[in-house]
Structure formats: structure tokens, C-alpha cells
Write a protein that binds this ligand. Sequence first.
Ligand code: NAD
Length: 454
Amino acid sequence: MTAYTILNPATEQPVTTVPGTSAAETDAAIARAEVAQRSWRAVAPGDRASLLRAFAAKVDAHGEELAQLEVANSGHPVGAARWEAGQIRDVIQYYAAAPERLTGRQIPVAGGVDVTFAEPLGVVGLIVPWNFPMPILSWGMAPALAAGNAVIAKPAEMTPLTAIRIGELALEAGLPEGVLQVLPGKGSVVGQRLVDHPAVRKIVFTGSTEVGQQIMAGCAKHVKRLTLELGGKSANIVFADSDLEQAAATAPYAVFDNAGQDCCARSRILVQAAVLDRFMELLEPAVKDVKVGDPALAQTEMGPLISAGHRASVARYVPDNAPVAFRGSAPDGPGYWFPPTVLAPVGFDAPAYTDEVFGPVVTVTPFEDEAEAIRIANDTPYGLSGSIWTGNVGRAIRVARAVEAGNLSVNSHSSVRYWTPFGGFKQSGLGRELGPDALDAFTETKNVFISTQA
Ligand code: NAD
């Protein structure tokens, strides 16, 4: 077990050290989870629900502590961190209603009775990225537990602090030992072991498309169940008949939220050519108004990037000769800061246009008509989210149906509500999380025929 240091991305100062879990320790945790799961699935549905409600209440009582941990560990503005702590409570609360509702079906057959059961899978491995440590942990954890599985969560190396605390709160709330374990450490050690170990029956992976592809190949060896939430390069499509002021005022937040480290970031703004100049005039002050700075302050809207390495990778998309239309501000001094940056005009083959930058960089591209907007929006291997701005309800529905993405928003930029399904088309993912059907991803359907002829 080698301990490693967690840095505050806004100050570059050490926050704490965290033990790195070894492969042997991961195997031991999997063995504990197998034992714990056999008891957990046998807990009466009403009792399982009540333990999950106690867990949600415990998270609620520690909401401010969790938010402050995220500010220190991830540099999220405190307002956003409070929302994230609230979301983990809400997701647990929502799925706490599931154990008593996990019904099967009775299907008419000759000579007997046919019923289906939703059986838990066993041990589920969650591999979580660093960009939204709390919400993404909860999306897999809560429905998996509600369905009677044991969960092993591996937070990202750089952002394990809230996950570790949530694991402790689960025990304090009365969840049995071994039902939820949090193992900080390396993806290549802990994550890989969860993928390779035959007793882990499902992996929920959120992260880059590149690592997702490796994990899918690893899961294939055991025909292991898999949910993937991967990258994005989403379009924000602005038609000339939209409320242009509103579209321009909100566009910065649709991409610079969480400093652009958001899989749903609308990082390609597509604007109908007839209103491009006016849109740019409106966008410039909106971008310059984004409040970038100390994440501990309530008024801050954008914090730093997660690490020096990540800032260097984002900066490569904005070389000295980049077509910068305008930029917002960022603090000097310590911290991994990068200003909100708008690039235009940008070629369709420019890396800033094609790649998921995962930083506060957005491109603006004109289009002529609806058909061209749809073609450009879909010309990417990704398909996670997107927005459509128009005053024409027919066009809103036509374009929403035509864009190949899992989560679309009309005249708004909403992305994740825990009670609606979330996930990606194409290389943005596989399967759906959240919403009323998430339990399906953590259960196997078993069909049982009972003869009435005997
Ligand atoms: P990443 O792929 O580098 O890492 C994600 C997680 O996988 C980490 O916990 C890491 O330790 C682990 N990991 C790395 N290599 C592994 C391996 N070989 N085996 C098992 N686990 C391994 O991604 P990241 O940089 O942490 O996160 C950013 C990416 O996540 C972006 O591409 C972003 O779009 C994506 N993301 C997607 C969604 C979504 O819902 N679609 C949400 C958030 C983030």
C-alpha cells in the first residue's frame, strides 16, 4: 500500500495523503464483498429501503462537510460543490424507494404459472472519473445497492476524498460492513483488478473513451456486464429564430461549467450564419463576465483545472497562433488556471474542434440551414448531449429527433436530472444510468415456470 499526496488545484498545496490500494488488497475486498452481498440480498426489501434512507439522511447531515472537501480536492466552486453533495443525497433517496418496487411479471402460459424475478448481479465495480466525483459515484452506487448488490467503488486517483468519506457515512448509517467499499488507488491496479476478477459481475465505468474501450475488451473475457459513460463533443445549435440574447447569455455556462471538465460540455457552438455577427457581439461580454477565481467564494462561477498535467493538455489546443476570438479572465499565481476561451473561425479538422478538450475552450462555427446544422452536429464519433435554440416548436422537435445524442435540451442547457435517463449514443457510451429504469442495469431477469399439473 503506497500512500500518495492529494493537491488542492486552486493553491497547489497538499491537502492530505491517501493510501493506494494494491491488487492483493483489491482481491481481499472483492472476497469481503461476495460474502456481504449474500446477506445484503437477503435483507427484507423494506429494511434495505430504510437503511438506504438512513444513508441519504447521513449524507444530508454531512452535506457541507462533503462540499468543502470537494472544494479542497477538486477546486469546484462551493455553490457547485453544495449542489453535488445534494445530488448524492437525492440519488440515494430516489433509489431508496426501489427495493419494495423491484417487481417481476406474471406471464400467461399453459399448464402452470410463469413469473419473472429481478435478481441482483452480485459484486458490482464502479470506476469513477475525477470531474464529478460525488454525482457519478452515486449514479452507479445507489441503484446497485437498492437492487441487492455489493458495491466496490474506485474513485479517480486525484479526487478520492469525498468517496472515502461517503464510504464511512454508509457504515455510520448502518449499512453492513462490506456492502459498500471504497478503494482509492490507481486505475491500472485497482480498476484493472475489478475488470479482471471473475467474481465482479458488472463494471460501471465513467471516463475517457480510450480507457472505456480497454475496459470493454477486458470485460469481454468474462462476458461481464458493463455500463460505459464516456466522452463528448456536444453541439449547442443556435437558430436565427431563437431568443438570441438568452442563447448568448447562457452559452458560456453550457461549456465553462466545471471549467469545461464536463462530459456534457457544449463545446461546439453552431450558429446560423445570418445571426453570427450579432451572436458574437452578445457572447463576448457574457464570456468576459464569467467569474473565475477562488472556489471557496460563493460568487465564483469557475474554478481551476484539476492538475498541472491537465492544464498543459488543454493549453495544447490553444497554441500562440490559435484563432482566439475573445477570452475571459483567470487569476495569476498558484493554481491550475485557464481562462474561458472562444475560438473562431476554426476548421473542421482542427484538434480543438474535433477532440474532447475537457477544458474551458469552445469553438463557434456558422451553418446555413437546418439540414446543415444537423449534419455538422452529428459529424463526430461522440453523442452525449446538446442544446437547440429556436422559437419554432416544429423545428425544435425535428432537430431534437435528428441529433444523435442521448441527452438534448431545447432553449436551455439542462443535462442531468437523477429521475430521467442519462447516457450516450455512439462512442459516448453504452447503456443508461439514472431514471426509473436504472435498476434493470443492476439485475438479471430470471424466468420461472411452475407447473400446476403435478
Ligand atoms: P480516465 O478514463 O482517465 O479515468 C477514469 C477512471 O478510470 C479513473 O478512476 C481511472 O483511475 C480509471 N482507470 C484508468 N485506467 C484504467 C484501467 N486500465 N483499468 C481500469 N480503470 C482505469 O478519465 P478521467 O480523465 O478521469 O475523466 C475524464 C473523462 O471522463 C472524459 O473523457 C469525460 O468525458 C469522461 N466523462 C464521461 C461522463 C459521462 O457520463 N459520459 C461523465 C464524466 C466524465
